[in-house]
Design a protein around this ligand. Structure first.
Ligand code: COA
Length: 195
């Protein structure tokens, strides 16, 4: 089944499974309102804390705290929940379908010209997971919300993130200012756009 069809048909009940090009590699994209609510499995989960303790995530996403604590994890989940209800920001958990293991997140600002951000736990990287997750969220935003234009910014050294953007169909448009600066002091980022 096509990713877009499958995602859009079930996202209204707040969860979606998508094929990753092989029977053994299935993901679940859990819409935030179902998965992070009080008492839900992600609301109780320590998985985001474990993932964000990896140095690459705060290196390339400056607003993620370093070091990362249990309280930071709880705040992240609560904030994602609040924003789902009270803003245009939507955070999806990426979950391995067969094992039910939390792998990472994709956050989208649901407006034309909105941003996409993402991170994965270290052991989930390098097998195409984020490319598929980004494509699925883009398809959802387009199919369900009519959004055409989106952008991604990446640290100039963040080749993996840049490759994800390109493989998901975004086009490199140039250098942009990055606010806040990255932790190494870099104040610019590569900007990718989907039009
Ligand atoms: C960026 C990130 C989400 C990528 O997720 P992923 O699932 O590993 O990405 P994919 O497997 O879909 O694709 C990664 C691509 O980058 C390439 N890549 C990864 N590390 C690389 C490196 N150091 N140098 C060159 N290419 C690299 C891979 O080869 C692959 O490209 P290919 O398919 O052309 O071979 C993940 O590395 C991550 O969470 N990093 C830390 C947080 C972060 O940087 N978030 C993004 C902020 S903009």
């Amino acid at each position: 089944m096509a990713v877009a069809t499958r995602l859009s048909s079930v996202v209204s009940i707040a969860s979606a499974a998508l094929a990753l090009g092989g029977a053994a590699r299935e993901l679940l994209l859990d819409a935030h309102r179902a998965s992070y609510g009080p008492g839900s499995r992600w609301g109780r989960s320590r998985a985001p804390v474990a993932a964000c303790c990896d140095s690459q995530i705060p290196r390339f996403i400056p607003f993620i705290p370093l070091p990362y604590s249990e309280q930071d994890g709880r705040s992240f989940l609560a904030e994602a929940e609040r924003k789902w209800k009270g803003s245009d920001e939507r955070t999806f958990a990426i979950v391995e379908y067969q094992s039910d293991r939390f792998l990472g997140v994709v956050t989208i600002r649901l407006r034309d010209g909105g941003s996409l951000g993402f991170w994965l736990s270290r052991d989930a990287r390098g097998r195409g997971v984020m490319t598929e997750a980004v494509k699925a969220v883009v398809n959802w935003a387009r199919g369900e919300h009519g959004i055409e234009r989106l952008y991604i910014t990446a640290h100039p050294d963040n080749v993996a993130s840049q490759r994800v953007a390109e493989k998901a169909g975004f086009v490199r448009v140039g250098i942009t200012q990055h606010e806040p600066p990255f932790r190494d002091g870099t104040r610019t980022a590569i900007r990718f756009e989907l039009t």
